[in-house]
Design a protein. Structure first.
Length: 232
């Protein structure tokens, strides 16, 4: 999965709307197409923003807003109040859309896209290349990439795989390369020796599975004898 980029995952045929599209038409479009957002493009094809389900729900909820009290109004920011009013009472896509859109390029790695979604708390990123909308990558796209079978790693010998596993173990403070030995045959990693805890056993299995060329993991370790533990 780590070798994939936005171009590999994105949905290229993205439904878009112009800024003047009525809000009710946008809502109907999302419901009928079964999508959760629609980018807004101007007449020249430039990305202006995006209307999401959250934007439409915010507009609906805004109908319950009550005028601020006289005292509260003294301390309120007029610009923020005006922005809130426009977004909750607007009648076009341009009125309610989110203008700050997180974008990536076609070459952006999938790991970076996942990090952006988690960091920003968003469900999708738009793929833009040379100012033009190329596609969209959603959380669903990332999940499909996660369960996709990994690409074959040609040219990796068992010894190279073993060295890669050992190198990965040395980077982890919880991995024990002194009492745990590694063998590789036909791409299958086998752990021998002793293992401190079940948590470490699970961690090493995942570590090995993420090394390119590994086709399987076998654990033949035994619990660490008490006399081998080093006193803290």
């Amino acid at each position: 999965m780590s070798s994939l980029n936005a171009r590999d995952l994105m949905t290229p045929d993205v439904v878009t709307v112009p800024p003047e599209t009525p809000v009710l038409a946008v809502a109907r479009l999302l419901a009928e197409r079964g999508i959760s957002a629609v980018p807004v493009l101007d007449g020249a094809g430039k990305l202006c923003g995006i209307v999401t389900e959250a934007d439409l729900i915010r507009r609906l909820a805004g109908q319950e807003d009550r005028p601020a009290s006289w005292l509260r109004g003294l301390f309120a920011d007029p610009a923020e109040q005006a922005e809130r009013y426009a977004r909750t009472h607007g009648v076009t896509a341009a009125d309610v859309m989110t203008e700050t859109v997180v974008t990536v390029t076609e070459a952006t790695p999938v790991t970076r896209i996942a990090h952006l979604m988690e960091e920003k708390g968003i469900r999708r990123v738009l793929v833009v290349q040379e100012g033009r909308l190329r596609g969209l990558v959603s959380r669903a796209d990332l999940l499909r990439a996660l369960v996709a079978p990994p690409q074959a790693a040609d040219g990796l010998s068992d010894e190279r795989i073993r060295l890669a596993v050992m190198a990965a173990m040395r980077k982890q403070p919880w991995a024990d390369t002194f009492y745990t030995m590694v063998e590789v045959a036909g791409g299958v990693v086998t752990f021998h020796g002793f293992m401190r805890t079940e948590a470490v056993k699970r961690g090493l299995r995942v570590l090995a599975e993420n090394v390119p060329g590994v086709t399987g993991v076998v654990d033949e370790t035994r619990p660490m004898p008490s006399y081998l533990y080093i006193a803290a």
